[in-house]
Ligand binder design. Structure first.
Ligand SMILES: [Zn+2]
Length: 282
């Protein structure tokens, strides 16, 4: 699939290498054994962690990596950067990432999400907002600090709903004061968290639909009474939930979306290769 870029000769480029394999125990050693170079193993893990928690990848899950290749000065094939990062999991949570250039910038897009139109975010519980995002005097700690989320006052046991469809990144006890806590990953770098719950009904790695019950209001962790502490994060950074609506249009449209899908189709039509010869390792 040698392609000329900006009219430059592409003679040195050769067919990309596709490495496909199964995880026996852990992800990293599986990738290394299959012949993915160390640097690309780290890049792959970083890429898929946008969509799923790498810690939850385990036995039976399959990886699919396409690496660029070119001939070096000695005429030997040399591995280049990742062109495609795929992860197909036994729980049905799949990740398919490929790059696309949009408005002059190369970005990674997930195949399922790229053309999806999101519904607006919904309220996690029906209760009134008792505390907004911003600095405030903490009722328990007794000093002013940043309140990184929004508090909803709601009775003990009120169902808590996923504000948007996403994957459960973490679900369990949080020792940092959040009590029983869930983090959902929605794509486009957005995550939402739900804290102080009395009970959790979702588990890590699970896909939850918008409006699905993920747990119930409680007062676990650092809480004076039953309420939901809710946070919205972009690339891990807490942002004001009141100022952000989930994207209501698809990430790519028109010729970009068609081009992205054509490229993905090309990459996924490469033979499921292995790399017994490892020609790039001296
Ligand atoms: Zn709070």
């Amino acid at each position: 699939m040698a392609t000329a870029r900006h009219g430059a000769p592409a003679a040195a480029e050769i067919e990309p290498l596709r490495i496909y394999g199964k995880v026996d125990v852990d992800l990293r050693p599986a990738l290394e054994t299959a012949g993915v170079p160390d640097g690309e193993v780290e890049q792959y893990v970083k890429l898929i962690s946008r969509e799923v928690s790498p810690d939850t990848v385990g036995p039976g899950d399959r990886f699919d990596v396409v690496l660029a290749r070119k001939l070096n000065a000695q005429g030997q094939p040399e591995i280049g950067k990742i062109m495609y990062a795929g992860l197909y999991r036994t729980d049905g949570v799949n990740v398919r990432l490929a790059e696309w250039q949009l408005r002059g910038r190369r970005s990674w897009f997930e195949a399922e999400e790229v053309g999806r139109t999101y519904q607006a975010i919904q309220r996690p519980v029906p209760g009134v907002v008792s505390s907004n995002f911003g600095p405030r005097h903490h009722p328990i700690l007794g000093y002013t600090r940043m309140h990184k989320g929004m508090d909803f006052r709601a009775g003990y046991g009120t169902p808590i709903l996923a504000v948007q469809t996403g994957y459960v990144r973490t679900a369990g006890w949080n020792s940092g004061g959040y009590g029983n806590h869930i983090e959902l990953q929605h794509g486009a770098g957005l995550t939402t968290t739900y804290s102080h719950m009395s009970r959790l009904t979702a588990r890590a790695g699970q896909l939850v639909q918008q409006g699905q019950i993920i747990g119930y209001v409680g007062a676990t962790g650092l809480a004076t009474g039953p309420h939901l502490h809710y946070e919205l994060r972009r690339h891990g950074q807490a942002i004001d939930p009141a100022t952000v609506k989930f994207t209501s249009t698809s990430q790519l449209t028109g010729s970009d979306l068609a081009g992205y899908r054509a490229r993905l189709g090309q990459l996924l039509s490469l033979p499921l290769g292995r790399s017994p010869e490892k020609p790039w390792i001296s």
